[in-house]
Design a protein around this ligand. Structure first.
Ligand code: ADP
Ligand code: MG
Length: 394
């Protein structure tokens, strides 16, 4: 299956239709107020397009983890209010996402108007992908649009099940993700260089196994490099490490494809895991007794930056050090700079890597920033995302 064959809202006629849109309005809340509205803003192009083209728009989302119970602290009402300010128009709100209240509100809705439904996860049927629940959501509208990339890797009623009952297409946000991630993974311009960092090997084994087949170079850094270096015989001392993955790493390093893997040459090590810890740079086979790796050393940074300089396509997931502590953010920052400076088409995925590139002020100098942590990882694993698979082919 090619992701590019999926229909988008531009491929169908929405005039006079009721369009139910799955958005990702799972925004961070602080004391009941919206702390960061990035996800709401990201959905505006799709909502505006639908309104401009004469549709009546019904929005549905989850918020937090109410676990199938109606919990007021997870109500989407404040989100609807915020959206109303952003769009500068009234938004109707239904206190139930299904049932008579939702049906009545949807029936009343006119072209050019917006209705927001209450949190989908007040029903356990949502995450169970219950067909009757999916059908109830579908009965509110004529067309289904999925624009929630962050949940596209989940087969839930609102992300997958509903597509069985309605014409189903993607919104602009999902289209952008598929184009961005797709350009890096399917038919990329070569050389394709991937950088995988972060804390845990176990989280990213499927990503590494998939990418090592597809890339020209695979740079492994951050905490996860420790497990590989141990497999090569280095004593990483008190470094973060996964003993039960050493064997897996050793097997991988024996394969033909592993010739494409670059590991750190030197590391910044610290006496303890603290922002003000005593630290020094050492070669990877000379970590002092009881010390731990915190960052990439200068030789490693130069090796990795060189690989990025020659790339035509770059994929980056996972910081190269404990970048939350300023003293140990050099490897991550230099990687962000190398990517921003290169002419390569670059894709950044993963919550911490994205926040690192934003913190460095370089977010506007990369090709694509993926908004979905889990979903972008599963994309890099080569998996088919159920929320996208369910959409109609062109
Ligand atoms: P992403 O969210 O981009 O996918 P991860 O969540 O996998 O990235 O990893 C990010 C975490 O990895 C950060 O909190 C960072 O501090 C940690 N990390 C990176 N290098 C090391 C290291 N050498 N030792 C311990 N933690 C590390
Ligand atoms: Mg993370």
């Amino acid at each position: 299956m090619s992701y590019f064959d999926k229909k988008t809202i531009c491929d169908i006629d929405v005039k006079g239709k009721k369009v139910i849109v799955r958005v990702d309005f799972n925004v961070p809340l602080k004391d009941g107020a919206i702390d960061d509205d990035t996800r709401i803003v990201a959905a505006l192009p799709t909502i505006k397009y639908l309104l401009d083209h004469g549709a009546a728009v019904i929005l549905m989302s989850h918020l937090g983890r109410p676990k199938g119970e109606r919990k007021p602290e997870f109500s989407l009402e404040p989100v609807a209010q915020h959206l109303s300010e952003l769009l500068d128009m009234e938004i109707a709100f239904s206190e139930d996402c299904v049932g008579p209240a939702a049906k009545e509100a949807a029936d009343k809705l006119q072209p050019g108007q917006v209705l927001m439904l209450e949190n989908l996860r007040f029903y356990k049927e949502e995450e169970k992908n219950d067909p009757a629940f999916a059908k109830e959501l579908a009965d509110l509208a004529d067309i289904y649009v999925n624009d929630a990339f962050g949940t596209a890797h989940r087969a839930h009623a609102s992300t997958a099940g509903i597509a069985a009952y309605l014409p189903a297409v993607s919104g602009f946000l999902i289209e952008k993700e598929l184009k961005g991630l797709g350009a890096a993974i399917n038919n990329p311009k070569r050389p394709l260089v991937a950088i995988i960092g972060g804390a845990k090997v176990s989280d990213k084994i499927p990503v590494i196994e998939n990418l090592v087949q597809k890339v020209d170079k695979l740079l492994i850094g951050g905490g996860m490099a420790n497990t590989f270096l141990t497999a090569k015989g280095c004593d990483m001392q008190a470094s973060l490490m996964e003993p039960d993955r050493i064997q897996w790493a050793a097997e991988l390093l024996k394969t033909e494809a592993a010739k494409k893997i670059l590991l750190p040459l030197d590391v910044v090590v610290a006496e303890k895991f603290a922002p003000d810890a005593a630290h020094q740079t050492v070669d990877v086979d000379k970590v002092p007794e009881g010390w731990m790796t915190m960052d990439a050393g200068p030789k490693t940074r130069a090796l990795f930056a060189d690989a990025v300089k020659d790339a035509a396509t770059v994929v980056w997931n996972g910081p190269l050090g404990v970048f939350e502590m300023e003293a140990f953010a050099h490897g991550t920052n230099e990687m962000a700079q190398a990517i921003a400076a290169s002419d390569a088409f670059s894709v950044i995925g993963g919550g911490d890597s994205v926040s690192a590139i934003k913190k460095a002020g370089l977010a506007d100098q990369v090709g694509h920033i993926s908004t979905g942590g889990g979903a972008s990882l599963e994309f890099l694993e080569g998996k088919i995302l159920p929320g996208i698979d369910a959409l109609n082919d062109k």
